[in-house]
Design a protein around this ligand. Sequence first.
Ligand code: ADE
Length: 321
Amino acid sequence: LNELSLRPKYLQQYIGQDKIKEQLAIYIQAARARSEAMDHVLLYGPPGLGKTTLAMVIANELEVGIKTTSGPAIERQGDLIALLNDLKAGDVLFIDEIHRLPRVVEEMLYSAMEDFYVDIIVGQGPTAHPVHFPLPPFTLIGATTRAGVLSAPMRDRFGIMAHMEYYDESALKEIVTRTASVFQADIEPQAAREVALRSRGTPRIANRLLKRVRDYSEVYSEGVITAAIAKVALDALQVDDKGLDAVDRKLLGTMIELYDGGPVGLAAIAANISEDRETIEDMYEPYLLQIGFLKRTARGRMVSDLGYQHLKKENLYKGDI
Ligand code: ADE
């Protein structure tokens, strides 16, 4: 079974993000009734919440083609023109990490999004002149972990903005159960719940943990994923009951031990735990902020009382707290 069969194909099968789905269903239906390209969509939120999956679902529901790329992959204007030139009327162009598009490419995208053309400068010096290049109407779906880092002109050109949120326990449990059935694995409801609880609101993590739990179940219990097996496997992965992994705890522990819990700047934290700044900012920090273990202040990040209590309970911070 490949990774793709894990992805739902229709909005109906897409679990969670109910508010977004409700609105998208209307925009999709309206665009189809008018036989027009749907307006451009910006999906933003932490990694692993299903932005790419949702983009594929939208294209599928619109019954149009989709081309997938990412901001850093489009290095020059020519790369973008090649992508745009490949689109048929109504198609979706999905650009992941759209906040990482090079400036010149981003600027070329403005007219493409707004009026479906690009102007290409041909020749050099006094003979340089723009050549007008019309495009088929298309739907750009951009994905970003942080809408705040997108330039205002870029953001303003998206008619539909969708803020993806962390999934609640019941949605995650449903996703885990669905994935298990794709794997044709037998899973106890309590085991699905255990995986859900430890996946920090993120389907990608839930599905990854499920794979490891399944490995354990195949070795220890002839494939039945029991709650007991799930616990053993998840403990071995060092994922605790709040879904924190070793890096999360190292981050909080370092802040406590070296900086008295803060305030401390991101650069100092990054250097101390040997992770890059962007990874911390996009992957670790948002969830720790969401569950209230970290706080952001004008002078830097601080570990909250809740954060202290959790590390103490996990017995990972040995100091006097
Ligand atoms: N797999 C990953 N994310 C999903 C979602 N939101 N719904 C259904 N299956 C998924």
